[in-house]
Design a protein around this ligand. Structure first.
Ligand code: NAD
Length: 366
């Protein structure tokens, strides 16, 4: 089998892992890596035993497919050039900065009839794959995505950087349009919003609460779903999923608490899970990591000219919803008055005071 010639454009924090994984696939030749920082390009090229470039243009004639992992502001320009030359693209999330840019990439991929995949990596998290293959119709969703401040992706805020992962997952699970979006957010360090909470109401009646923060001490990436079929809880960090459903007996007859004697009732709390509710815990950690799964899928789609699991349209829809959340954050009225002056993540109410004073020894050390 001839090897698929690929390159990675942007080999910073994430792109270097794209390059490493692609260089390890036996049916792939990593022709080169590109980075605007030529030292970084050289370091990663040496590590992956390939060539370093500081511009993507020379690769247009050398590759069969590319992975675009530059900062978001450059996604559209770089991806468009490869698509115009009929080269399939995996572009990191968020797909672009604007929906118009995303639509243009979709059109270019259609015209060239080549796969365009968007890097919504959690779709390839083995825990989410376990959920996606089951017949669940979410009624209420709670998504939390918290991480520490990394100093990267400062060209965007917490919605386009983090929340967009969960917006894509939710859109992949819940059919139909989103009717209402309300949201509140805060820019703690200035610039873009650092934490946001959004409430989405679908026309189907499903409600989703989504929180993203990039100023948390500990990472947390969790999705919880309640549905008439049961409950699903995913921990994306440990790649574990817990599924709960009422057992056949309860499904048929309900739980007749009024017919239980006091001893049986007293045991309910301890016997709930196991006796009345069936529980299945699945550890997806042994089923591979999501980035390898995502890149493998991309290479397979390019080889077969197949539509990828996460299409350009999916990337665009998640981006469009993310912009609705950002609009809601911007127009949030902190004083309750929609026409009042205190709106948006950068203009929170003035602090009423300091929450605490640091002990003298600590404040001197800082
Ligand atoms: P980064 O800043 O660490 O790396 C970006 C690299 O691109 C840098 O080395 C920079 O020098 C280089 N670069 C900038 N402009 C370029 C250009 N025009 N051509 C070539 N190289 C260029 O950022 P990162 O954290 O690796 O993020 C990169 C992208 O990946 C972002 O879009 C981000 O949103 C996305 N990302 C996705 C996930 C995920 O879970 N899917 C996680 C992290 C980052």
């Amino acid at each position: 089998m001839t090897r698929l010639r690929t390159a990675v454009i942007g080999v910073g924090h994430l792109g270097q892992h794209h390059a490493r994984i692609l260089s390890e696939f036996p049916d792939v030749e990593l022709v080169g890596v590109v980075d605007a920082n030529s030292d970084q390009a050289m370091t990663i090229a040496q590590r992956c035993r390939t060539r370093a470039f500081d511009r993507h243009e020379p690769l247009l004639d050398l590759v069969d497919a590319v992975s675009v992992v530059t900062p978001t502001s450059f996604h559209h320009h770089v991806a468009a050039e490869f698509l115009r030359n009929g080269i399939p693209v995996l572009v990191e999330k968020p797909m672009c900065k604007t929906v118009a840019e995303a639509d243009e990439l979709i059109s270019l991929a259609r015209e060239a009839n080549v796969p365009l995949q968007v890097g919504h990596i959690e779709r390839f998290n083995p825990a989410f794959e376990e959920l996606a293959k089951r017949p669940i119709r979410p009624a209420f969703i709670e998504a939390e995505r918290h991480g520490p401040y990394t100093g990267r992706s400062t060209d965007i805020g917490a919605v386009l950087d983090l929340m967009i992962h969960d917006l894509d997952l939710i859109l992949s699970l819940v059919p139909g349009p989103v009717k209402d979006v309300s949201a509140v957010g805060a820019a703690v360090f200035g610039g873009h919003e650092d934490m946001v909470n959004a409430r989405l109401v679908f026309e189907s009646g499903c409600v989703a609460h989504v929180t993203a923060s990039r100023i948390s001490a500990r990472p947390k990436r969790r999705l919880r779903i309640w549905a008439s079929e049961g409950y699903a809880g995913i921990d994306f960090v440990s790649r574990k999923i817990t599924l709960v459903q009422v057992n056949d007996e309860v499904r048929r007859h309900g739980l007749r608490v009024e017919k239980m004697d006091p001893t049986q009732r007293a045991k309910l709390k301890d016997e709930m899970f196991g006796r009345h509710l069936d529980v299945l815990n699945i550890d997806g950690d042994r089923k591979g990591d999501q980035l390898t799964n995502e890149l493998r899928h991309f290479v397979d789609c390019v080889r077969a000219n197949r539509t990828p699991r996460v299409t350009g349209e999916d990337g665009r829809d998640a981006l469009a919803l993310a912009h609705r959340v950002l609009d809601a954050v911007r127009s949030h009225a902190w004083d309750g008055n929609e026409d009042g002056p205190s709106v948006g993540p950068n203009r929170m109410p003035k602090p009423a005071g300091k929450l605490f004073e640091l002990p003298k020894s600590q404040s001197e050390a800082a």
